[in-house]
Design a protein around this ligand. Structure first.
Ligand code: SKM
Length: 280
């Protein structure tokens, strides 16, 4: 039996176990997906211990995504984003100095969510709201796909740092990435084709991070928030004729990408999506 899992703290809320186990059931794979909640200081021991126990792969979530970089060999994208959410133990040789590979499938979660809804990203104007972990994954995903990215954040300095990182790592990214405070949404969103909310605004309260009058019918809007599924931002965007994509798509496709990295098989996307949405 193969064991996969999630490292986070807390992890009780996670929908990854039912989503991945639906994939194993669908494909008849003898595998389990379990959650682990190490103390913050035990992250390295947890990753090494998982390998020693023969765990095949791990997802990593809050608060460990950045710190996990120190215990893996990150691929190029994970190194540029500065965060790891997927560890693959299968390509190591088990020697102490041979680190497992670290990936970031949150970026694929963004890219594949848009692809699923037939939204093209190349040469489009994209706006990302926020500058934290999810925003970093979104900004790199959009820039790598050829979009011109504007990052708007409560503190403009943080947005500028993210844009500088995108510029360093992405061909042409430097000329096409811009940053500003939340006030810049008023001028940027009316001209945008693609909008991603990568803040948690809309989760606790019925609030939107984007002024509703800036939303329009030529926009595709992805909200990374998935509790609730139908956020105020998505409702207001839909009222103005925009294409709307809820946060469960992003959660689904980061899991799909992880499943495919670990197993080398196409993921049963519909079964995983059904399992996820049944719990939301
Ligand atoms: O990046 C993902 C992670 O792989 C799994 C997860 C979850 O199960 O809640 C959330 C995201 O951080």
């Amino acid at each position: 039996m193969d064991v996969f899992g999630l490292l986070g703290n807390p992890v009780g809320h996670s929908l990854s176990p039912p989503m991945h186990e639906a994939a194993y059931d669908e494909l008849g794979t003898d595998a389990r997906y379990v959650t682990f909640e190490p103390a913050p200081d035990d992250l390295g021991a947890a990753i090494e211990g998982a390998r020693a126990l023969g765990v095949a792969g791990l997802n990593v979530t809050i608060p460990f995504k950045q710190d996990a970089l120190a215990y893996v060999e990150p691929d190029d994208l994970a190194a540029r984003i500065g965060a790891v959410n997927t560890i693959d133990f299968s390509d190591g040789d088990d020697s102490a100095d041979d680190l497992p590979t670290g990936h970031n499938t949150d970026a694929a979660g963004v890219r594949r969510s848009f692809a699923h809804h037939d939204v093209t990203l190349a040469d489009r104007n994209a706006v990302v709201v926020g500058a934290g972990g999810a925003a970093r994954a979104a900004a790199f995903a959009l820039a790598d796909a050829g979009a011109a990215v504007h990052v708007a954040n409560r503190t403009a300095e943080r947005a500028e740092r993210l844009v500088a990182d995108v510029g360093r790592g992405t061909p042409d990214g430097a000329e096409r990435a811009t940053a500003g405070g939340l006030d810049t949404l008023e001028t940027r969103v009316p001209d945008a084709d693609v909008l991603v909310n990568a803040t948690s605004v809309g989760m606790e309260e019925d609030r939107s991070p984007v002024p509703s009058e800036t939303l329009h019918g030529d926009l595709a809007v992805l909200d990374a928030v998935y509790r609730p599924l139908d956020t105020r931002l998505l409702r207001e965007a839909r009222e103005r004729g925009a294409t709307t994509i809820d946060g469960a798509w992003m959660l689904l496709y980061q899991g799909v990408e992880a499943f495919e990295l670990w197993t080398g098989r196409d993921a049963p996307v519909d079964a995983m999506n059904e399992a996820l949405r049944a719990r939301l």
